[in-house]
Design a protein around this ligand. Sequence first.
Ligand code: ZN
Length: 570
Amino acid sequence: MSEMIIKNGFVFDPLAGIKGEKKDIGIKDGKIVDASEVKKGKEIDASGKTVMAGGVDIHTHVVGPKVNVGRLMRPEDKLFRSRTKERNTRMQMGFAVPSTYATGYAYARMGYAYVNEAAMPPLHSPHVHEEIRDTPILDISAMPVMGNNWFQMEYLKQGEIENNAAYTAWLLRATKGIGIKCVNPGGTEAWGWGMNCLTIHDPVPYFDITPAEIVKGQIQTNEFLGLPHSLHVHGNNLGNPGSAETTLDTLKLAEGITTHNKFGREQVLHNTHLQFHSYGGTGWGDFESASQKMMDYVNKQKNISFDVGFVTLDETTTMTADGPFEYHLNHLNHLKWANVDVELETAAGVVPFVYDKNSKVCDIQWAIGLELALLAKDHMKCHLTTDHPNAGPFTRYPRVIKWLMSKQSRDELLHSFKYADKVIDATIIESMDRELDLYEIAQMTRAGTAKCLGISNMYGGLTPGMNANVAIYDLNPEDMPKDPEMIENAFSRAAYMIKDGVVVVENGDVIATTPRKTIWTDAKYPLNELVERDIREKFLKYYTVELENYMVFDEHVYNTVPLEVESPAA
Ligand SMILES: [Zn+2]
C-alpha cells in the first residue's frame, strides 16, 4: 500500500506523554510507524501546525431509530443552511440531526476518526447497523441499552451476576454492541406504566428492584466479564433542579470496586453528560450550579470518568432512551413530542429544544458544563461531548474548545446575556481564570476517550502500530492567535485529516472517503442452560419476533472488528 510522512508538526499525544514536541510521524499501510521507516511516498508539511491523533467521540447519537425519528419529525431542521455539495461527497442535510452522510463528513472535517453511538435498543440493532453502513469515513461502535431490560432486572434482583454476565455476553454478540449502557435505570421501565424512578431507591413497578441495585449489579457484571469499556451510565433524575444529589448517590455506588480488564481502562463507571446531572436548587426559581460540589467528589475518585454534555446555546433536538424525561420536557416547552417504547427492553423520546441565550436557565446550563471541565484535575477522565444533539450538535465542538481555551471568549458571551447578573449569581463561571491548553484538549477529545473505551491500543494516539488516524490543525502552539475565533476556525476545518493512512480532508474540505470498521465486543463467556432456557421462554411468550430472527445477521454488519474477551476463569 502507501507510505506517508508528516513533517515538523507540533505533536500532542497524551497517551505517549508528548506535549507539543516538534516531531515527524510516519505512516505505512494504514498504520503509524517510526518516521525513519518511511523511505518514499507523500510528504505533508506540518510546520507551524498542531498534530494530534484522530478524534474519538465517547458519546453521541448519530445512528438508529430515535435519531431517525428526530430526522423525520423535524423537516424544519433542514431549513438551516446546509452545506453545498462538494465534488467528492453525497448530499448533506440537517443542522441538529444531520443525515448519515453529513454526519461522517462533518466529523472528518473536525479531525475525528471514531464515534461511539450511545444508545442502541437491542431489538432495533439492524437499524443501527444499516445507518453505520451509510456513514462515511468514521469507525463506529454502539452501546446496547441495558438499564431497563427484563432479563437483567430479574437476574440482578436475585444477585445472579454470573447469569447476568452470560446474558450480557450473548446480547453483545446478538446486537454487535461494544458495552453496557444504562439510561435512567429502572425509570424507563416504570415509564412503560406512565411512571418514573426519580431517586436511586425508588423500586421499579412489578420488578421490585431499585436503580441502585441495577447500577451496582451492572458494574459487577461488567468487571466480571472484563469488558473493554466500563458501565456507561445516564443516571436518574436528569435535568431537574437538585439532580446533583441523585448523581452523587449514583457515583458512590462505585466506591470500593476495582476494575478488572486487559484493555488499559482505569474506571468502573463512566457518568455521561454530567452537566445535566449537576444541578442545585429546589426549582427553576432558585436553580443554581452544583459543579463545585460535584467536582470536589469526582476529582477524588480514581475509578470514575465522565463526559460533560456542554450546552452550545443553539436550537436543537433532544433524543434519549429516558422516556419520562422527554415527556416532562414536552410539558415544559409544548413543542413536538415523539415516544417509542420497545418491548422488554427500553424506550425513547424525542423533543425539539431551544437553548435561548436570553433564558437564565439555559445560560446557567452553559456555565455548568464549562465549570465542570475547568474544575477537573485530570482531563484523561473528563471528556468533550454535547450529548449530540441533546445539548447541541457535535459540529459545535470547536466552539466549546474556544470557550475552554479562552476566558476572553467566555466573558464576552457571559456579559452579552440578558440576565447576566442572575447567571453570575447562580454560578462560579465569572471567577474562573483557567484556560485549558492543547494537551488537555487532546486528552478530552482523543487520548482520554480512547482509554476509557478500552481501545487505546488502536485509537487516540500516534504510537507505532496504532491505526494511522491523524488530524493536523492550522494552529501554532508557539504563537497562538489573539482572536479566539481563530481557535474555533482551526478546529472546525482541519488542515488535513488522515484516516487509515488516506488523506480524507484537506483545508477543511472532504476529498476522499475510506473503508470503515464496526467495533464490537466478543465476550466469550458462554450461555448456561438456565439462561438459554430463559431466553427461549421469553421469546416464545413475550417477544413479537422469533429468537432466530433477533440476532443481527452477519451480512448486515459492516466490516466488523471484534474486541475479544476471554471468559473469566471459573
Ligand atoms: Zn446521550
